[in-house]
Design a protein around this ligand. Structure first.
Ligand SMILES: Cc1cc2nc3c(=O)[nH]c(=O)nc-3n(C[C@H](O)[C@H](O)[C@H](O)COP(=O)(O)OP(=O)(O)OC[C@H]3O[C@@H](n4cnc5c(N)ncnc54)[C@H](O)[C@@H]3O)c2cc1C
Length: 388
């Protein structure tokens, strides 16, 4: 048993979760992974992967039973993200974004909202977490999207950028500022905007370095009218909802990064055990063994921390923001380093598209940028030790 198999075996999944994870693993390895290079090359949205994921009813795992779900642990969810992302990082993030955008509705929605909106996701809908704006990225509180109350409706005007699933979402969990509240941070509010709302426009889809099959869209909201019934909580509850959703989505993007890192590690190990130079396998050179030791140790430690954070969440911890930041930062830095070294260990072949590591290196880069850049996470972690 390898170090990594033994580590995976320490995670206490229920029998039902193990069955689900086996189905996801089968789908990821047999169907999704073989299509990944084609989707990377064409940049087409992988609808057949989404359909196959929905045939397993996978969204249901993060939706409570009364609304059409079949909830499983956060650990099981993270394992599914990691498996799907190792097979195809674009598909992994498309599915994970459903969780990121739906979870706040589960946590902060009222009964009527949950009864009406969650079944859309349980049946296989797509969702977007819609925060970033052209002039408000790392500092999301600088957002300008405006929510103006108009009787039983809310008028929405603004623009958002870099929105995953943006061109194809059924539900947008949208953040903006309540026009009647003056203080910028206290004005932040959250609502659910449904597909087909007049005034919602997909302005463009980005042509990206990696994750080429995922949709990353710039959106305009021009006089959209949303039922007041779609407001989550009260006007001004948005910042609380935003921070709670990021705490749950950051470990998830770490699982995405670790799927990419695992893929690169496995490919590199397989390659250097085969490839020979100077009459020896590459893995026999001591300099390469030192590198492998560092990469394997960092991967094992990041994966162990992933399961630590999962246990905190499943155990009902109220505050795990610093642990989530540490995980997101280290897992994504590792994904970038691992994929870069995997290309290096493949020599010239690693630079060519015939080998998967070329794609993994491009896919890895975003993990250091989104869900708070790693500079921001270093700031959050460091600041947490500042005495009041
Ligand atoms: C492919 C992709 C998918 C995305 N998906 C989504 C999505 O689904 N929903 C969504 O809302 N957003 C999404 N984003 C947006 C993403 O979260 C932002 O790009 C990210 O938060 C950084 O914001 P920015 O791009 O405006 O960079 P900026 O904030 O302008 O940062 C530029 C540089 O300055 C640094 N910097 C900024 N502030 C500080 C500081 N205080 N201290 C030190 N350094 C600092 C940053 O670390 C970075 O290196 C996505 C982005 C991409 C590229």
């Amino acid at each position: 048993m390898s170090v990594f198999d033994r580590l995976d075996a320490t995670v206490a999944f229920s029998a039902e979760e193990r069955m689900l994870i086996e189905s996801v693993r089968g789908l990821a390895r047999e169907k999704i992974a073989p299509r990944a290079a084609r989707y990377d090359a064409t940049g087409e949205f992988p609808w057949d992967n989404v359909k196959a994921i929905n045939e397993l009813g996978l969204n249901a795992m993060f939706i409570p039973e009364p609304y059409g779900g079949a909830p499983q642990s956060y650990a099981a969810y993270l394992e599914c993200v990691r498996e799907l992302s190792q097979a195809c990082a674009s598909t992994g993030v498309i599915w994970a974004t459903n969780f990121h955008a739906t979870r706040p509705l589960v946590e902060f929605g009222n009964e009527e909202q949950k009864n009406r909106l969650l079944p859309v996701m349980a049946k296989g809908g797509l969702a977007s977490l819609t925060i970033t704006e052209p002039t408000a990225g790392s500092d999301a509180t600088g957002m300008k999207t405006r929510f103006t109350p108009e009787g039983d409706r809310i008028l929405v005007n603004g623009t958002k950028t870099f929105i995953t699933n943006g061109a194809c979402a059924d539900l947008y969990l949208l953040f903006g500022k309540w026009s009647e509240i003056e203080d910028g941070k206290q004005a932040i509010s959250a609502l659910v905007l449904e597909k087909g709302t007049p005034g919602l426009k997909v302005v463009r889809e980005e042509d990206k370095m990696g994750l080429r099959a995922s949709s990353t869209a710039a959106l305009a909201f021009e006089g959209c009218r949303v039922p007041r019934a779609n407001l989550l909580g009260r006007p001004g509850d948005g910042l609380k909802i935003l921070l709670a959703s990021l705490n749950r989505s950051r470990p998830s993007v770490a699982a995405h990064a670790l799927g990419i890192a695992r893929g690169a590690f496995e490919d590199a190990v397989a390659y250097i055990n085969e490839r020979r130079q100077s009459g020896r396998r590459i893995v026999e050179f001591q300099g390469v063994q030192f590198l492998l030791a560092d990469l394997a140790s960092e991967l094992a430690l990041c994966e162990a921390w992933l399961w630590h954070v999962a246990r905190l969440v499943d155990g009902g911890a109220a505050d795990f923001g610093v642990e989530a930041s540490m995980l997101k930062m280290r897992a994504s830095d590792l994904a970038m380093r691992m994929t870069t070294e995997a290309v290096q260990l493949h020599g010239g072949y690693g630079y060519c598209k015939d080998y998967r590591v070329e794609r993994l290196m491009r896919d890895a880069k975003i993990t250091q940028i989104w869900e708070g850049t790693n500079q921001i996470h270093r700031q959050l972690i460091g600041r947490s030790f500042m005495k009041k």
